[in-house]
Design a protein around this ligand. Structure first.
Ligand SMILES: [Zn+2]
Length: 93
């Protein structure tokens, strides 16, 4: 568990990635990535680091999920009600 989180942290220090990219790189489920990211987001504060989130956005109407608290993928856009959502990307700075 700890090791996976360290691997995610080192990936995100070097690359901006989405949850699917991280899941492929580490061979874990996309949902697990979201759980780890939630933990990492809190834990790296003590190291004066920050998880930068380029938020989910709608490919149809460009709605940006900028106030979304959860890291899981939204099902559909609240504005146009379509399900074509571009993944959020993450980087640690
Ligand atoms: Zn939309």
């Amino acid at each position: 568990m700890q090791t996976i989180r360290k691997q995610i942290i080192s990936l995100l220090k070097n690359h901006e990635m989405n949850a699917r990219g991280i899941s492929k790189a580490l061979g874990i489920q996309e949902k697990e990535v979201c759980d780890h990211l939630e933990h990492i987001r809190r834990s790296i504060k003590t190291q004066k680091k920050k998880l930068m989130i380029h938020p989910f956005h709608c490919l149809i109407c460009n709605y940006v999920f900028k106030d979304r608290k959860r890291l899981s993928r939204p099902g559909r856009c609240p504005q146009c009600k379509q399900g074509h959502i571009e993944a959020a990307t993450y980087k640690i700075v």
